[in-house]
Design a protein around this ligand. Structure first.
Ligand code: SAM
Ligand code: SF4
Length: 510
């Protein structure tokens, strides 16, 4: 078996054996225990259920301080069942999004590089032994071809690159694939097609491996815990697999921080265990990161279980209803208010639309089959959803142009800004700016500049028209905030940059 570097050979079994390093788990434990105390969480959920409306309103008021919420307060929020009170939480979530992120939405595309996996997660189409899946690992040329479609045909600037856990897609392969993606610079219409931010969704790694991703310029490193409930975790991840080690996964982001990656993302796969427990688990994760590194997760993802090829879901007992899902996203907005919230096309367009005022990121023009972007653009009749090569089935398969048009019609500006990462506004620096609301000022200017750039280079005439109107409104808003939020000098600089973009210059940001 070749490893990802192409320079050595190693058996899959030996590779698996070498992955987990107990001495990169133990130092993070306290008295030999991890930070998820199942009993304590369950007791807290029980004791805080059915809290008085006045207490819930007091918790809502406190949430405007944009600080991580206390456990008991989160437990009280997840225990709300009254639709009127839930609605008050939802309305507050909208205001908090506006306060921290204004009306901005970031779009990205997932890029699946490999479907080979040594694990056997019960819910995933890529699990080893699933013969309904055609296994494939993209070569670097194929990755480049996929990324080229995304950057130059569709106009994405930001990707989440996704990998199964396998020696053929190890840290060296991931780092090389990132470099290949960043290398693309294509001439398009008036400007350039390029990916400016590569986020990675991959298995937990050692600190040495994570340093390789850091050096290759990783944006955000995402590892979803799937479920924070120890017993459920054991049930869905067979013990003898790599993923069967709960703590190796739980501290993946801690190791990333120690490897110098200060931009990390948490997530839970909703449906495996009680959703209230998972929300408490996500907050506990953010708290432990804050406690040890002084900053929490950059984003929180909330995938819900979706059907997958030849995968039995009859064992699932905790499916999350649409109502509960809608509410839990609002609770997370209040509970981890500085973090971006990502909802993906696993959800239907209606669900995503209903959450648009509280989330910050969504994917668009998504294909989750291995090699699907290249195929879709070389064959007009190609099927968007091909069960045998993808991990799960998508709910929303519309184009980026159509999604951007719909967002603009509803007053959301799509930001293609990737400046934060590239000018060092990450980690603690960005958290402080987000908590104080000051990051919002930079982001507002960058959203206009990058959106205009996208409209010039990729928009259909219909979308360009609506987008141009939106930009005019945004510029008027910015103008009205001089000098309170922006100095005249910053505004003049911004106007000059805006004109340069219209004249063909690219990638200008604050
Ligand atoms: N293999 C890596 C891992 O497991 O962390 C990363 C890639 S995995 C394909 C990315 C995520 O997909 C998982 O963390 C899980 O939350 C999600 N996922 C897996 N099966 C799913 C399903 N049936 N429905 C929805 N999401 C799923
Ligand atoms: Fe492999 Fe990730 Fe799927 Fe589990 S969720 S089978 S680790 S790709």
């Amino acid at each position: 078996m070749k490893d990802g570097t192409g320079t050595g050979t190693v058996s899959v079994k030996d590779w698996v054996k070498a992955q987990i390093k107990q001495d990169e788990i133990t130092p993070y434990l306290e008295n030999g225990r991890d930070f998820i105390d199942d009993e304590k969480i369950e007791t807290s959920i029980r004791e805080n259920a059915g809290a008085e409306a006045e207490r819930i309103r007091a918790i809502i008021r406190k949430a405007y301080d944009i600080k991580l919420m206390d456990d008991a307060d989160v437990a009280a929020l997840v225990g709300v069942t009254d639709p009127g009170l839930r609605n008050e939480v939802f309305e507050a979530a909208k205001e908090i999004k506006k306060k921290v992120y204004d009306s901005r939405i970031v779009t990205f595309a997932p890029l699946y590089c490999g479907s080979k996996c040594v694990n056997s997660c019960r819910y995933c189409g890529f699990r080893s032994g699933n013969e309904a899946i055609t296994r494939r690992v993209l070569t670097m040329d194929e990755i480049e071809s996929e990324a080229r479609v995304l950057a130059s045909r569709i106009g994405h600037k930001r990707l989440v690159v996704v990998y199964g856990e396998h020696p053929e897609t190890d840290a060296d392969y991931i780092a090389e694939s990132m470099r290949r993606i960043y290398s693309i610079k294509d001439r398009v219409r008036n400007g350039v097609g390029e990916i400016r931010r590569v986020n990675v969704n991959a298995a937990p790694m050692s600190i040495a491996d994570l340093k390789k991703l850091h050096e290759a310029g990783i944006g955000t490193y995402q590892v979803f815990q799937e479920t924070y409930h120890h017993d459920t975790y054991r049930k869905v991840h067979p013990e003898k697999t790599l993923k069967g080690n709960f703590q190796w996964r739980l501290y993946a982001l801690h190791r990333a921080m120690d490897a110098g990656i200060d931009d990390v993302a948490v997530g839970a796969l909703f449906g495996l265990s009680d959703w209230k427990f998972e929300v408490m688990g996500l907050v506990a994760h953010a708290r432990d990161l804050e406690k040890r590194f002084g900053l929490g997760p950059h984003t929180v993802s909330v995938p819900r279980l979706e059907p997958a090829a030849d995968t039995d879901f009859s064992w699932v007992e905790n499916r999350v209803s649409d109502d509960d899902f809608h509410y839990l996203v609002a609770v997370l907005r209040l509970a981890i208010p500085y973090a971006g919230l990502i909802v993906t096309n696993r959800e239907s367009p209606e669900m995503i639309r209903s959450l648009m005022d509280i989330i910050t990121q969504r994917d668009a023009d998504t294909r989750v089959g291995i090699g699907s972007y290249t195929d879709a653009f070389s064959d007009e009749n190609s099927d968007m959803q091909e069960e045998e090569r993808q991990q799960f089935i998508l709910g929303d398969t519309r184009s980026l142009d159509a999604i951007i048009r719909e967002l603009a019609e509803h007053g959301h500006i799509v930001s293609f800004c990737t400046a934060g990462y590239r000018c060092g506004r990450t980690g603690k620096k960005i958290m402080t700016l987000l908590e104080s609301g000051r990051e919002g000022c930079f982001c507002k200017l960058n959203a206009v500049l990058t959106f205009q750039e996208w409209l010039e280079d990729f928009a259909s005439p219909e979308t360009k028209k609506i987008g141009d109107e939106m930009i005019r409104t945004e510029i008027d808003e910015i103008k009205a905030r001089v000098p309170a939020d922006f100095s005249q000098a910053v505004f003049d600089h911004f106007t000059a940059a805006y004109e340069k973009i219209k004249a063909g210059e690219r990638d200008l940001y604050f």
